[in-house]
Design a protein around this ligand. Sequence first.
Ligand SMILES: [Zn+2]
Length: 394
Amino acid sequence: MNNNIDKLKQATIREVDADGEQLQELSLKIHDNPELGLHEFKACEWLTKYLANRNFRIEREICEMPTAFRATYGKGKPRIGLLAEYDALPGVGHACGHSLICAIAVGAAAAAKKAADQYGGSVVVIGTPAEENYGGKIVMARKGAFDDLDAAILVHPDSVDIAAVPAIACQQMNVEFFGKAAHASANPAAGINALDAMILAFNNINALRQQIRSDGRIHGIITDGGQAANIIPEHTAGEFYVRAADDAYLDELLEKVLNCFVSAALATGARLEYKPDELRYAGMRSNITLAQLYVDNMRTVGREVMLALPVLTTNLFSTDMGNVSHRTAAIHAMVSIAPPGISPHTAEFASAAGSDSGFKGMNDAAKAVAMMIVDLLSNKETMKKVRTEFEQGK
Ligand SMILES: [Zn+2]
């Protein structure tokens, strides 16, 4: 390895260690003060203060979101973006460990300043609110928040170590059937049954399920099933999610699901209203060059990381990081902070996120990401490889 780069990497490791106590304090403070998406005011304040104290230039309320921010160190390109999530879940607090994601981002960014000083380019932390309840990055991606980045890196706590996690595309939708009320015993023939339409729609979807690819997911609930048992239901409503590994197959599935609703309406005479949510989660397009850098640098700090997972038939999820990956080269890595079997969104995972194993994961990941920045800013060939892979994947 080039001697100068090696020295710089060792310096970033020392930097993360020197800041370790403050990083842990910052993460724990956010962990112990959980805030829901779009209301992460304290977290946003503490994170920007941390970065401002380390000479990052802060822009607040970017993309017209009060708890989004952008913090920049250095000048011009290449511009490496570290994405920070800091929203919590209702009831279970930081059970997804986002209090560690943001600490990894700011810790790595601060440690990588020397790389920008020596080789030029910028280190950018982007505070991205409301991953859990809103899909904040979908809105930010639409507004171009990631378009000037040459790479975007996010490390999420989990119970496994993986550099490139697949995430599948997802479209949410609201469905309503409008029928006609009538006395269910005295005069049922005068009614149009909106609940029958909803039940037929579920049955149609169940029939469709056998013929879809194993990465397809269709799931829904009824939110209005009628008004009284002795009235033919005049209105029913439901919420559905349709998911698939890639956007093209998601489009295909959506058309088939729509046919399930349309035919249910036809069969019963009810009128259908179908509203896809305006925020659609894109499938994750992982940049394998970035993922390999993460694996190599994690090895330096003593962690063996799996490069990538194929899209499995279990553990499928969607994240707004998928939308970022269509705008710039990106990875969504996982750092293990809990024993296998303890998964995010549980009380056990929330305590792991505030424990020594959480802070160990945070430290290791911050060091690896800081060293990735050294690689990306110091080596034009590596940066070019990342960009070429992204452009070819379009
Ligand atoms: Zn999460």
